[in-house]
Write a protein that binds this ligand. Structure first.
Ligand SMILES: [Zn+2]
Length: 210
């Protein structure tokens, strides 16, 4: 289910209070408008009604995509272990949810990115492995650019990787490349299984090294 409620936050610019909708739990299928806001990157934005300043609110949220069978927790770094325990406990209590992918992320960009990946019917594990190749490619093409983060983006039916850092870069990520990596890593992906909840660059490096 979806659990939105009203909260207030203080505008960091003018100091006045604004109301915003806090989603403890967001069901993508039951709340498609909120899901779209997440994909657009506006879900956590609060526009001050007094001065127009746009700020960001941060809180733990559970994202549930029933269509693509995903449960994703976006939590503070310090809450990761507790969240893992909670997932484990739920499984022990009989809520196994077979076929479901469970993920834990610790920042809103990753939540948005993964929601987008799953919404496109893609496998985030393949995307994380693809990032390794694109990062190496960017390093070779633009050795002076310092990239700190890389994100998948689906826009107008096309896929891209966006590199964040001192000079923003982006590269097209054709579906053919996705399929190629997916096939190339099929046996390793099978061996890695679906149990891990933290799927990022570090996970990809482990699989890459075999
Ligand atoms: Zn304000």
């Amino acid at each position: 289910m979806s659990m939105p409620w009203k909260e207030t936050t203080t505008c960091p610019k003018c100091g006045k209070e604004n109301e915003f909708t806090l989603w403890q739990s967001l069901n993508a299928d039951l709340s498609p408008e909120a899901k779209q806001e997440l994909l657009d990157g506006t879900l956590f934005q609060v526009t001050c009604k007094h001065c127009g300043y746009v700020s960001n609110v941060n809180y733990n949220i559970l994202y549930h995509d029933m269509t693509h069978q995903v449960m994703m927790h976006c939590v503070r770094e310090c809450d990761v272990e507790e969240t893992k325990q909670m997932i484990k406990q739920a499984e022990e209590d009989g809520m196994k949810m077979p076929g479901y992918r469970k993920r834990i992320v610790t920042d809103q960009n990753s939540l948005r990115e993964k929601a987008m990946i799953f919404d496109q019917g893609l496998d985030d594990r393949v995307i994380e492995i693809a990032k390794l190749y694109y990062l190496a490619f960017a390093k070779e093409k633009c050795p002076d650019v310092n990239t700190t983060e890389i994100y998948f983006l689906a826009e107008n039916g096309k896929y891209r990787f966006v590199f964040l850092g001192d000079t923003p870069l982006h590269a097209e990520f054709p579906m053919s490349m996705y399929e190629k990596i997916k096939n190339q890593y099929a046996s390793r992906l099978l061996a890695a299984g679906e149990e891990e909840t933290e799927i990022g660059i570090e996970w990809a490096l482990r699989v890459f090294k075999g």
